[in-house]
Design a protein around this ligand. Structure first.
Ligand code: NAD
Length: 485
């Protein structure tokens, strides 16, 4: 799994050459970055944000629709491997009265192959855009983002934004050197419960946070094994990643909201972790039952254990447990547990327990009416301001829309983004570090300080919102095409 740093840099050297050709900053311009140089970084306001979306499979179209519906945002470019995926989104833009986007694709038909698959996204990144929004398979996230930043674009990358430590370091270095935003699209940070939690924490209701638990528990077997020709992941990329890797390849949904609440990279930072994984049984069982024991699926024998459990310790002595299970027949859960010196909150279903005063216990969950009182009092201002609109717009119950709304609002108003490249790197480093640990009987591994010491002075994320009255959002239409995967 580990990418050798030299090999990775060799693989990206062409980017610098291309950037130099295009008159952009290159590795030759490298300056020594100040600690946390991109923390609280704000660019000049971009009144009209021109976005290029790359990856128009299951996830990308919803992003096109959400972004196109935000006033002051234009989906100016569409990119995918396949012409029909680009054409479908072009048709959606036309049907909804939006301007025509430039088109970038590699193949006329899904049956084609053998061409340079970097060509379309490279051409798009070289074109006139403010933001490149990446919803491609995991292995391409960092490659596209690096190329886009080298060509002067801000980038927003689906989760996990990077799969290896090399990619994490490269994204940090490049974001600092080019002074481009590099944000991971962690939509779960904008969930109603996650934002409520952050507001409770900022108001001291849970006391000092000591422990958090997050997860991605989602039985994805039917989707992982679904034929790409019938709507499955393009080229079975997710199944193949799970087949080749161990540990936790998808840690960010449960982890990043807890990082925000605990001020990781902003007063605290990850120190070390241990990961232990079960054996893999569930995927083989599924493949045998669904495709027969002689099928290629049954012979694949993915490495990724059914359940992987990682425990991270921070330098301030807090712990976070993160689990990954996309194989077991059990209900969806991100756990969302935060435990502090004054109480505890847990989701699925939402529950809260509070001590009446310091030193007292909290041995039962609050009754429903009391829990509702807490909910109403501490619901996050962003949900109060734009929650109804977000629900109407869809995307995992509205959180996807709130994420895009905040991203575009910050770009339009020249504000720092809610999540920076250090948050991206620390959360994504868990992919490789959990694998290393799990392959070594759970031995602890250190987590790099991607902020270069900047975490000591960085300010925690505040309680942010948007002024929707100034954004002209009243006319947006509901989008039923959003997928909840
Ligand atoms: N945040 C969330 O809740 C959430 C939910 C679903 C998916 N995702 C993420 O979104 C990303 C995409 O997932 P998906 O389910 O849409 O996968 P998908 O396979 O359905 O779509 C990927 C798309 O990328 C295109 N693509 C592949 N190589 C390309 C290239 N070289 N140039 C241009 N386009 C290329 C494919 O043709 C395909 O259309 C993944 O990173 C996934 O983890 C996030």
């Amino acid at each position: 799994m580990k990418t050798d740093r030299r090999e990775f840099l060799k693989g990206t050297a062409w980017m610098c050459a291309a950037a130099a050709y295009a008159g952009c900053a290159t590795a030759g311009d490298t300056k020594i970055s100040a600690p946390g140089a991109m923390t609280a970084y704000a660019d000049k306001p971009i009144r009209k944000v021109r976005v290029g979306v790359v990856g128009l499979g299951m996830r990308g179209p919803g992003a096109v629709h959400r972004l196109a519906n935000i006033p002051g945002v234009e989906v100016a470019a569409l990119c995918d491997l396949y012409r029909n995926r680009v054409a479908n989104q072009q048709a959606w833009l036309a049907k909804n009265g939006k301007a025509k986007a430039r088109e970038y694709f590699v193949y006329e038909a899904a049956s084609d192959g053998g061409a340079d698959e970097t060509a379309a996204y490279r051409a798009m990144c070289e074109s006139d855009l403010d933001l490149v929004y990446i919803a491609s398979p995991w292995a391409l996230h960092a490659k596209i983002a690096l190329y886009a930043m080298e060509h002067g674009k801000h980038v927003a990358i689906e989760v996990p934004a990077a799969m290896t430590l090399e990619e994490c370091h490269a994204l940090v270095d490049t974001s600092e050197r080019t002074q481009r935003h590099c944000m991971q699209l962690e939509n779960c940070c904008y969930g109603d419960v996650e934002m409520l939690t952050l507001n409770l924490v900022r108001n001291g209701v849970l006391g000092e946070l000591m422990h958090g638990e997050g997860a991605y528990i989602h039985d994805l077997r039917s989707l992982n094994y679904l034929d790409p020709a019938k709507g499955g992941y393009q080229g079975y990329w997710r199944l193949r990643w799970n087949a080749a890797h161990y540990g936790n390849p998808y840690p960010t949904h449960g982890l990043v909201p807890i990082m925000q609440a605990m001020n990781v990279n902003r007063g605290d930072r990850f120190d070390y972790l241990s990961c232990i994984s079960t054996a893999q049984v569930g995927m083989d069982l599924y493949a045998n039952v669904k495709f027969g024991k002689d099928s290629w699926q049954a012979k694949l024998h993915p490495k990724c254990g059914d359940m992987s459990t990682t425990v991270i310790r921070t330098v301030n002595g807090k712990t976070i447990m993160v689990q990954h299970d996309v194989t077991s027949p059990r209900p969806y859960s991100r756990i969302n547990l935060l435990s502090g010196t004054m109480g505890c909150l847990n989701d699925y279903p939402f529950r809260i327990a509070l001590a009446s005063q310091p030193g007292e216990g909290a041995h039962g969950w609050l009754a429903q009416d009391k829990a509702n009182e807490v909910w109403n009092k501490y619901r996050h201002p962003l949900w109060k301001a734009a929650g109804e609109l977000a629900k109407k717009m869809g995307g995992h119950g509205g959180m996807d829309f709130l994420m895009d709304l905040r991203l575009c609002y910050c770009l339009q108003n020249g504000l720092p983004l809610d999540m920076d490249v250090y948050d991206l790197a620390a959360s994504c480093s868990i992919c490789e570090l959990s694998e290393r640990s799990a392959l070594n009987r759970g031995a602890s591994v250190d987590v790099p300080d991607f902020t270069r010491g900047g975490w000591k002075t960085a300010k925690p994320l505040g309680i942010v919102s948007v002024d929707i009255s100034k954004m002209g959002l009243q006319d947006v239409k509901r989008d039923d095409a959003q997928l909840n995967v």
